[in-house]
Design a protein around this ligand. Structure first.
Ligand code: DC
Length: 224
């Protein structure tokens, strides 16, 4: 079974996806981390961020893997082409570079194919922007999770403090969230939009636990 969780940056998708996966005993796939890993590799190898073909070639040939600790369904480390980039993909530099990389049609084509291959391996909670619309349009449960830009900026700052990487300047984070929303919603390839049959959940002012139990309930209903 696939549980698709889409929505804008900072809506709480990662926290929710991990908790839902733990509760249901599913694996979890963070597709944003895959776009971030390609952005990191492009910067590292000096590939121009507006060269669709070259970026697509990286996405097709570089192996991305998620490393699990024994017995844990949630991956701990992200590896691309032999480099552990778990922390490196969360910097402000990657926040900026990932928009043009994820808008490149050749990158999307390669990563969507890879995500579909992974998802076929079992029960997955998959988080991203186009999971319910493009990657798994047949997903059993589709959720579009959002929250106000201000709430999302507060959460992102807290997350960056906890992780020890990324900006902790609220105004800078808010400006970046608004810029990325604009970019992700208006790009030509797979713009961010809810699938027609997605459940729209707004987490502004709600405890994240309420969202988690609502999604688990949807998944339980879908499996009956
Ligand atoms: O969820 P995130 O912030 O880690 O995602 C990083 C970037 O990748 C973000 O700018 C949107 C893009 N993305 C995408 O276009 N499609 C996905 N399925 C996941 C992420």
């Amino acid at each position: 079974m696939i549980v698709a969780i889409d929505g804008p940056s900072g809506a709480g998708k990662s926290t929710v996806a991990k908790a839902v996966a733990r509760t249901l005993g599913f694996s979890c796939l963070d597709t944003g981390a895959m776009y971030r890993a390609i952005a990191w590799l492009a910067l590292n190898e000096g590939v121009s961020l507006d060269d669709n073909e070259a970026l697509g070639e990286l996405a097709k040939t570089a192996e991305i893997s998620f490393v699990h600790e024994a017995g844990d369904p949630l991956p701990r480390r992200v590896i691309i082409a032999g480099n552990d980039v778990t922390e490196a993909i969360r910097t402000s530099e990657i926040d900026r570079a990932v928009s043009p990389v994820s808008a490149a049609p050749a990158v999307r084509e390669a990563l969507v194919a890879q995500q579909q291959r992974i998802g076929r391996l079992g029960n997955y909670v998959v988080e991203g922007r186009d999971i319910g619309t493009v990657v798994f349009p047949e997903a059993s449960v589709k959720v579009f999770l959002t929250a106000s830009p201000e709430e999302r900026a507060h959460r992102r700052v807290r997350q960056n403090v906890d992780r020890g990487v990324g900006s902790i300047d609220y105004d800078e984070v808010l400006a970046d969230i608004i810029r990325r929303d604009e970019y992700d919603s208006n790009r030509a390839t797979s713009p961010l939009k809810p699938a027609p049959d997605a459940h729209l959940l707004d987490s502004t002012g709600l405890y994240i636990e309420q969202i988690i139990s609502e999604i688990c309930e949807l998944a339980n209903q879908a499996s009956e």
